[in-house]
Design a binder for this molecule. Structure first.
Ligand SMILES: [Zn+2]
Length: 730
């Protein structure tokens, strides 16, 4: 692998002509210009093919390192054959570049120049010492070392029990094999398996190209149609298997292997009971082609790996493809920039995002809502500074726990540490007062920022930061009060996520002790009560929970809430953690009924987790189309001409008075253009005002999805949108 990186003011490129027949298809023609970016000229070499996954890992690490050195947020992956005289095969190289793009998109805004085309380009290099760097590398030494021996990897029979969805995908992969065998009689079918949410099958003996995929798909449809009986799946005796590759698999799997016939194909799968009937596959799509070596050994023959996806309904397929596309368009980095939600400044530093007015608005609405959920449940707000003497953290144990991640602040007279946690500060407030059992539980609420010196290479947008605002809360209570407190917190968590539409599909992890109880702090009795209280609350609230043994912290059991966003990605966000340790370390107490000191239990709880990461989840969950209560701009008023300005100003003023976030667009532009731009900004309602509206004291209301209602009285619109905002409707 050879790369040349240029930190550029801009790059402009244009695909001119296909360099060879296998050039990338479906590319965007015309000039592309990307400003302020890091361009990675990339040549994938023959020697990379033996461990392409290892090389990809290394490539990502190198690019991230360079991007971090020059603080780049945009990457342009640029195939550049001239860097090497020993290039990898085009199929491998093209797939590599696509995979690299996907991988880098987790952290950066990424563009990619087309593969296999003659391109003109124009680049302006920044000219600082790090703006031009070149690298040459293979996979990590460790994995290279393994590969150098060119050893076969044996097939093993998996003991995983496949779900119905998995069986559908795997069956589909084998039907890809059957179809290819019909279209290319010389083809050899190898093993099939899973990669992320897709399945794949390896094909030898023939060359299958991206262009063939449509034809193969059509053939599969024919084969799996319910009227075709001869391609159904039957278990057969191993002795009937005649393909060399399948025989090889059977040899590796040993006695436990079983064989099946699917049409003319006989296969030995790597899973038990792996098939569904062909009629269960209602939708199938071939996605990609890559290369693989038989038994992952580069001295063996090279195979074509074909990735596919399959479902039991067309609807599921539609959803899947839509989600794939959405994931690309929803990145919080992309939307954050488009909508001006947050910025990262070189002078402030990476991992220290700055919320611009629109981002700050979203955050303050979240905090307002969180407080609203707490204020009638006995919580009190507290406010703490962001630094403390190191003694505080030595006493709390965080000095040791966070070690190198602590930021040290040198003062003129004393030295301090930027707080890595809020709990020790809150504890100091508790200890400053004396409490009796009647005062308990004492509940503090405060979203406050903690600081941890994370590795620069891992920082990204709002999701990995050095300044982490926990929506923190601490409860000091009696052991007998644990169950009620946890119940209240659970109620808060569920109503918060319900309001955001994220409560449809979540689960809860209940972390309890492992078998060796000597590893945990606190008495057996207290632990029993604590664990059973959490479990009781989980059961009473019908939470979909899994009890996970050995996952509890040494100082107490916990409940973690894992929610799915609109793209069905799981996020561990809310948490309720019992703590017997900190009350002990800080010798916390309250007076019991007998006038004797007793130790309270501490509960740490967070509803959104960290506000930064939570905002990144929200931005992607809503794809920037926030519900009205969270929207930075809820209404945009558009004037048709200057005659309507006075009336429009009145309407705007009226709404502002009610607290509605409204903007006026009185530019002399066509209505079409103004509407389009307002739609791009994802404002919730677009109001247009012309002669008729002025005359009748109404507005024409257009939703951001394009639904329009005419003649809406101004007051009626205001009442309705206020309802929507105040009820936090989705
Ligand atoms: Zn805490």
């Amino acid at each position: 692998m050879k790369i040349l990186s240029i930190h550029a003011d801009f790059i402009e490129f244009e695909a001119k002509k296909e360099a060879f027949k296998g050039a990338e298809k479906g590319i965007e023609k015309g000039k592309h210009r990307i400003e302020e970016c890091l361009v990675i000229f990339t040549a994938v070499e023959k020697s990379d093919e033996s461990n392409i996954k290892g090389v990809l890992d290394r490539y990502i690490v190198e690019v991230e390192k360079i991007a971090d050195q020059v603080s780049a947020e945009k990457i342009v992956v640029y195939p550049y054959a001239h860097l090497s005289s020993d290039l990898a095969s085009p199929v491998v190289a093209e797939q590599f570049l696509k995979d690299a793009q996907k991988e880098l998109e987790r952290k950066f805004i990424v563009d990619r120049a087309p593969f296999g085309w003659y391109k003109s380009f124009n680049i302006s290099c920044k000219g600082h010492p790090l703006s031009e760097l070149s690298r040459q590398f293979g996979a990590e030494e460790k994995s290279l070392g393994l590969k150098k021996e060119f050893k076969d990897e044996s097939f093993v029979l998996s003991d995983a029990k496949l779900s119905k969805e998995e069986k559908i995908k795997l069956t589909a992969a084998y039907y890809v094999g059957v179809a290819i065998k019909e279209l290319f009689p010389k083809a050899d079918v190898g093993s099939a398996g899973f990669y992320q949410d897709q399945s794949y099958i390896d094909i030898g003996g023939v060359t299958v190209k991206q262009d063939d995929l449509k034809r193969i798909e059509k053939q599969i449809q024919k084969l799996t149609s319910p009227t075709v009986k001869e391609t159904s799946i039957k278990e057969i005796s191993l002795s009937k298997v005649d393909s060399e590759l399948q025989k090889d698999i059977a040899k590796d799997l040993g006695k436990k292997s079983s064989a099946y016939s699917i049409g003319k194909l006989q296969v030995v799968p790597l899973f038990n009971d792996p098939f569904v009937t062909s009629s269960s596959i209602k939708a199938l799509k071939l996605l990609n082609i890559a290369s693989a070596y038989w038994k992952n050994n580069q001295s063996n023959k090279q195979l074509t790996r074909i990735y596919c996806i399959a479902f039991s309904s067309e609807k599921e397929m539609e959803n899947y493809l839509k989600k794939q596309e959405e994931a690309h368009n929803r990145s919080h980095l992309k939307i954050g920039k488009e909508q001006g939600l947050f910025v990262v400044s070189d002078l402030v530093g990476s991992g220290l995002p700055l919320l611009a007015p629109k981002g700050a608005l979203i955050r303050s609405e979240i905090i307002k809502f969180l407080w609203q959920l707490h204020q009638d449940k006995g919580y009190q707000q507290v406010v703490i500074p962001h630094i403390a003497k190191d003694l505080l953290y030595k006493k709390s144990g965080h000095w040791e726990k966070f070690g190198d991640e602590l930021f040290h602040v040198k003062g003129r007279h004393e030295n301090f540490v930027l707080k890595p946690m809020n709990c020790p500060h809150h504890i100091q407030i508790y200890t400053a007062f004396s409490y009796s059992y009647r005062d308990l539980p004492v509940r503090f609420f405060e979203p406050s920022t903690v600081y941890r010196d994370e590795k620069p290479g891992q920082l990204t947008g709002l999701s990995r930061v050095r300044s982490i605002t926990q929506d923190d809360g601490h409860i000091f209570c009696r052991i007998s009060q644990i169950a009620q407190e946890v119940k209240t917190i659970t109620g808060i968590i569920l109503s918060f996520y319900k309001t955001l539409g994220m409560d449809k599909d979540y689960w809860v992890s209940l972390s309890v002790r492992g078998d060796d109880h000597s590893l945990y702090l606190g008495s057996e009795d207290v632990w029993k009560i604590a664990e059973s209280s959490l479990e009781k609350v989980a059961k009473e609230n019908k939470l979909p929970f899994k009890k996970i043994k050995g996952e509890a912290a040494f100082y107490g059991p916990k409940l973690d809430f894992i929610f799915k966003d609109a793209l069905e990605r799981e996020w561990q966000l809310a948490t309720v953690q019992l703590d017997f340790n900190l009350p002990e370390r800080f010798e916390l107490s309250y007076m019991n009924e007998q006038g004797k000191k007793e130790r309270p239990v501490m509960i740490h709880r967070a509803i959104s987790g960290s506000l930064e990461r939570f905002m990144s989840v929200l931005i992607e969950h809503f794809a920037g189309k926030f519900p009205a209560w969270l929207s930075p701009v809820q209404v945009k008023v558009l004037t048709i001409s200057d005659k309507h300005l006075d009336f429009s100003l009145d309407v705007v003023a009226k709404m502002r008075k009610k607290g509605i976030r409204v903007e006026l667009d009185d530019r002399v532009e066509t209505m079409g253009k103004k509407v389009r731009e307002a739609q791009m900004e994802h404002v919730n309602y677009i109001l247009t005002i012309g002669d008729k509206e002025v005359e009748k004291n109404t507005v024409a209301v257009r939703t951001r999805d394009g639904e329009t209602t005419f003649d809406v009285p101004v007051d009626k619109f205001i009442t309705e949108i206020l309802d929507e905002i105040n009820e936090r409707k989705l």
